[in-house]
Design a protein around this ligand. Structure first.
Ligand code: AGP
Length: 608
């Protein structure tokens, strides 16, 4: 969502802040700003729009400072204007604050402060916190900072500097991630480690209710109620070029082409082919509970929710355990019926999605065992779940999720197999399925090698206004995912639908101007899908079919065919998703869209 970066040390802070904010651009934003302390005076520069505009303005000011904070904002309260951009200050500019999250009681606090004579210049919730700290300041800045925190309800990741304490940065975390980077005579902070990894790999994450005071000499960590906390410094292993584009024009295309490796990484070291079993270290303690679960509820948002739907098919088909899939934003307010025999699995690439985190907490409160399937190591959801599995997809920079999706489905396949082999699945079936999984990355590579076929299809349909994506059974979630990919990066309206259900309304949309994407791979309901395809053809709909290699029949029916290799039914969704990712990518590029940072979207939705 928003991006936070901060530095205190011996070097000029401005280039460090700007470079750090640029690393966070992928998270989506609409304004940016920095605050530095020069000669014990606070200097604040902020602009609506891109970081390049902020950089131009601040370079004219030519500040010399070695302490500062920077922010990219994705508007929640107030328009994306310069005035609403962070940092925000108290009136006389003694204090500057940047903030990720939402202060839920800011109206009450704003009225209280206005009654005490405070005047505000923005429509944001954040600005009131600077005034609140100023209101409480009577010589002890840390005390004032803590008192202000005590008044707030809602979610925040704060970084604050002040001319009262020109050699310290104050940070606090409640519901919005903050990572602290430990340097030699210098220290860093960020909302995402990618902003500071080029300076230090030694980091620690603040937990909810914790704060820290960064100085050149060191870092004090404590709770916001002033109890000392000792934090374990972790070493970040992935390289900076893992974050670079590695020669691809866009992060999204790089990440699509990374999938043979990322799928392999998702199962690497987790397959025991001799026993036809899997080994998931993060679930060792809960394996029995999973196998004996009364019900499994899988909760997520967006693409992760589509992966959850595939998980439902896998677990119900092979483990015979009832599965419910829920949108996190719906689940958390629905007073769900749960028991301690139930398992809640949350799926989240970022591990910071506010609705998913809240839904997990709701499940926990109702006694269900909360497990996480997460990509971002050390993220909130990863740390708040009792147990879980990392998908090891590496940093996913493109806002449209691709490699994380296929790795999520891979991990769900592994979890299914772990449970099924404790129940009725034979060792031979386990070995067969795992052999198919081991062979999968090469099959993904085969599909990627024919990306030019997909690009040709994209060229034909790039100017269409609407698309329909149809699939059945385990491929219906793939239709949903294909539609989401297209709409979120090309801004074309696209809808995923169960193929048979299309007769109950959407068929009215079919004409020669409507491209219909069918996932029509060979399986036990193939003939049914072909009937649906005939219905579309009879109404002159243009058919783009994702078909199984060797299927000749479909060649007579579809206008365009993208073949994918044969594999077990349980793994078809992973292969079928690849051409749909490419189709969305090429159409969006041909329409001149910003595929890595689509309009209005953020990589991690850390607000409700
Ligand atoms: C996917 O392409 C979207 N960017 C979005 O739907 C995303 O999947 C959703 O916001 C969930 O994010 P998470 O997996 O990080 O929780």
């Amino acid at each position: 969502m928003c991006g936070i970066v901060g530095y205190i040390g011996k070097r000029n802070v401005v280039p460090i802040l700007i470079a750090g904010l640029k690393r966070l651009e992928y998270r989506g934003y609409d304004s940016a700003g920095v605050a530095v302390i020069e000669d014990d005076r606070l200097q604040v520069v902020k602009e609506a729009g891109k970081i390049s505009k902020l950089e131009e303005t601040i370079n004219q000011a030519d500040y010399v400072s070695t302490i500062g904070i920077g922010h990219t904002r994705w508007a929640t309260h107030g328009e994306p204007t310069r005035l609403n951009a962070h940092p925000h200050t108290d009136g006389p500019e003694n204090i500057a604050i940047i903030h990720n999250g939402i202060i839920e009681n800011y109206n009450v606090l704003k009225s209280m402060l206005e009654n005490k004579g405070h005047q505000f210049s923005s429509d944001t919730d954040t600005e009131i916190v600077a005034h609140l700290i100023d209101e409480f300041y009577q010589g002890d800045f840390e005390e004032a900072f803590r008192r202000a925190l005590g008044e707030l309800t809602g979610a925040y990741g704060f970084a604050v500097i002040s001319k009262y304490e020109p050699d310290k940065i104050y940070v606090a975390r409640q519901g919005s991630p903050l990572v602290v980077g430990v340097g030699d005579g210098e220290n860093f902070l960020a909302s995402d480690v990618s902003a500071i990894i080029s300076h230090t790999r030694n980091v620690f994450y603040l937990n909810d209710g914790e704060m820290a005071v960064l100085s050149r000499e060191g870092i004090e960590t404590k709770t916001s109620t002033n109890e000392v906390v000792n934090k374990k410094v972790e070493k970040i292993t992935y390289d900076i070029q893992a974050i670079e584009k590695s020669g691809y024009p866009h992060y999204m295309l790089k990440e699509i082409f990374e999938q043979p490796n990322t799928i392999r990484d998702a199962f690497r070291g987790r397959i025991l082919i001799g026993d036809g079993k899997v080994k998931l270290g993060g679930l060792t303690e809960v394996k029995e509970k999973l196998a004996d679960a009364h019900k499994i509820i899988i909760i997520a948002c967006g693409t992760s929710w589509h992966a959850a739907l595939i998980g439902e098919h896998l677990i119900e088909e092979y483990c015979r355990i009832p599965v419910e899939v829920e949108y996190a934003s719906e689940f958390r307010y629905r007073n769900p019926i749960l028991s301690k025999e139930d398992i809640v699995i949350v799926i989240s690439q970022s591990g910071e999605t506010a609705d998913t985190l809240a839904a997990m907490k709701e499940g926990k409160e109702k006694g269900a065992l909360p497990l996480g399937i997460v990509n971002s190591v050390g993220s909130t959801i990863a740390r708040e779940s009792i147990a879980g599995v990392y998908i090891h997809a590496g940093p996913e920079i493109g806002v449209a999720s691709t490699k994380a999706f296929t790795s999520q489905v891979t991990v769900l396949f592994l979890i299914m197999l772990m449970i099924a082999r404790k129940k009725t699945m034979s060792v031979v079936t386990g070995q067969q399925l795992l052999t198919e999984l081991i062979d999968l990355p090469a099959k993904v590579q085969t599909i990627l090698a024919q990306s030019h076929v997909v690009e040709e299809v994209a060229e034909i349909y790039k100017d269409k206004k609407n698309f329909l994506y149809l699939g059945r059974g385990i491929n219906f979630p793939v239709a949903l995912e294909g539609a989401l990919k297209l709409k979120e990066i090309s801004y074309i309206h696209a809808e995923g639908y169960p193929a048979a259900e299309m007769k109950h309304g959407p068929i009215a949309l079919i004409d020669e101007d409507m491209p219909v994407v069918f996932i029509a791979t060979k399986d036990q309901i193939y003939d049914k899908v072909i009937s649906n395809l005939e219905e579309v053809r009879a109404r002159r709909g243009k058919i783009i079919a994702i078909a199984s290699q060797g299927d000749k029949k479909i060649a007579e029916l579809a206008d365009h065919i993208i073949y994918i290799p044969q594999t077990c039914q349980a793994l078809v969704p992973i292969l079928a998703a690849i051409p749909l990712q490419l189709l969305a990518y090429y159409i969006a590029i041909k329409r001149g869209c910003d595929v890595d940072q689509p309009r209005n979207l953020a990589k991690s939705v850390t607000v409700e």
